[in-house]
Write a protein that binds this ligand. Structure first.
Ligand SMILES: C[S@@+](CC[C@H](N)C(=O)[O-])C[C@H]1O[C@@H](n2cnc3c(N)ncnc32)[C@H](O)[C@@H]1O
Length: 368
């Protein structure tokens, strides 16, 4: 899709899905961090848009504000919203849309209109971190039309502070289409934070190109931005080709649990399909029924002939697979323990434990 030039535009089905994920995640993220010790929570929408689509649907800034308003009772800190929109006409529209929403005095909303994500967010981070201060817990939604104006150094800088995380729309289709253009070399190097993307240009196999571009960004988030947990989600269109990826990077396992919950619960009735893209050998489609055989295979491969704890299994499921913390106990561990031949043996079960239940993270088990 070419980037629209008008002030507002039609809401595409793939954007609707992205919005649903964002909304569900924020409904969970805000109360979790809202109960923490920080005096402020920051929400950045780095590519905010006009706040409304052509048929009156909410844009991402409005969705975020509404999610926070719904959770008001659970938020102790002040909430700071920073909406960056380069185009003045869209920023003006956004201000009008936001004026219609009544906000409590603990919410401050700043529309950085006519500024780039890079300028506005660099200034904000500089101002908040002067004198060795840390950035308050921050969620940055980075949702460009393409690849320009999203310097990896800035993504990395946000991730360097505790309890800060990013959700980046990686516009695969556009990136793949324009990656060979000579006048885009410095933009792509800035976007990836390395010039290694140039190795992809010579690749002719579309699947290989796709994978390498995806893996390079994933690698950069893990290794350069040093995010502890990174997962990617692929949005495929009705021709079953990748439209975009969402990359979520966090240092917080609970955040990752909530993001996966949002992904698994998103309405799948539309024309777009979502899959976990982080592990290319194990693409897991978010269909109606989780593909438990894949999870079982992954668990057996990881823990075969080893003794471990339920807590470690859970961390593995959440951080290294597409699945959720709700997926592995009754559908995988229980049958492994209770059916013959037994494949899972509890090592230190408390005397009153019911076989096939795993309530305590410290319970030790052995995979046979
Ligand atoms: C994909 S749209 C955003 C949609 C919005 N996040 C939503 O979900 O409703 C990208 C927006 O970023 C704006 N934009 C383009 N380059 C920018 C930059 N360097 N910094 C900030 N905004 C930019 C565009 O004008 C456009 O409105």
């Amino acid at each position: 899709m070419a980037a629209p030039t008008t002030t507002i535009w039609d809401l595409e089905p793939h954007t609707r899905v992205k919005h649903e994920i964002l909304k569900r995640y924020l409904q969970a993220w805000i109360p979790i961090l809202g109960q923490g010790p920080s005096e402020e929570l920051v929400y950045i929408d780095g590519f905010a848009g006009p706040g409304r689509y052509s048929k009156g649907e909410d844009g991402s800034p409005v969705l975020a504000l509404k999610a926070a308003l719904e959770q008001q009772g659970q938020i102790k800190p002040n909430m700071v919203f920073i909406f960056v929109e380069l185009r003045s006409n869209r920023a003006d529209m956004l201000r009008l849309v936001l004026d219609e929403i009544e906000l409590p005095s603990r919410f401050s909303v700043n529309v950085a209109g006519g500024q780039t994500f890079e300028e506005a967010v660099t200034n904000f981070v500089d101002s908040r971190t002067r004198g060795a201060r840390r950035l308050p817990p921050t969620f940055a939604f980075i949702d460009p039309f393409g690849w320009t104006g999203v310097p990896f150094d800035l993504v990395s800088r946000i991730m360097s502070f505790p309890r800060c995380e990013v959700l980046v729309t990686f516009m695969y289709e556009e990136i793949n289409r324009f990656i060979g253009l000579p006048d885009q070399i410095s933009n792509f190097t800035s976007f990836f934070g390395t010039d290694e993307w140039q190795q992809v240009i010579a690749l002719e196999d579309p699947r290989q190109r796709n994978r390498q571009l995806h893996d390079l960004y994933l690698h950069q988030l893990r290794n350069r931005a040093r995010a502890k947990y990174v997962r990617s989600f692929e949005m495929r269109n009705d021709r079953d080709v990748t439209d975009y990826y969402l990359f979520y990077a966090t240092n917080n396992l609970l955040g990752l649990k909530r993001m996966k919950e949002a992904m698994w619960k998103v309405d799948r009735s539309g024309e777009f399909r979502f899959s976990d893209a982080t592990d290319p050998r194990q693409m897991v489609l978010f269909g109606d029924e989780p593909q438990f055989d894949i999870l079982r295979e992954q668990l057996v491969k990881r823990f075969a002939n080893q003794e471990t704890t339920i807590g470690k299994i859970e961390e593995f499921v959440v951080s290294e697979t597409a699945f959720r913390e709700t997926h592995y106990k009754t559908r995988i561990l229980r049958p492994m323990e209770l059916t013959v031949p037994q494949r899972l043996v509890p090592i230190n079960p408390p005397p009153n434990r019911k076989p096939g239940t795993y309530p305590k993270p410290e319970l030790r088990v052995r995979f046979i």
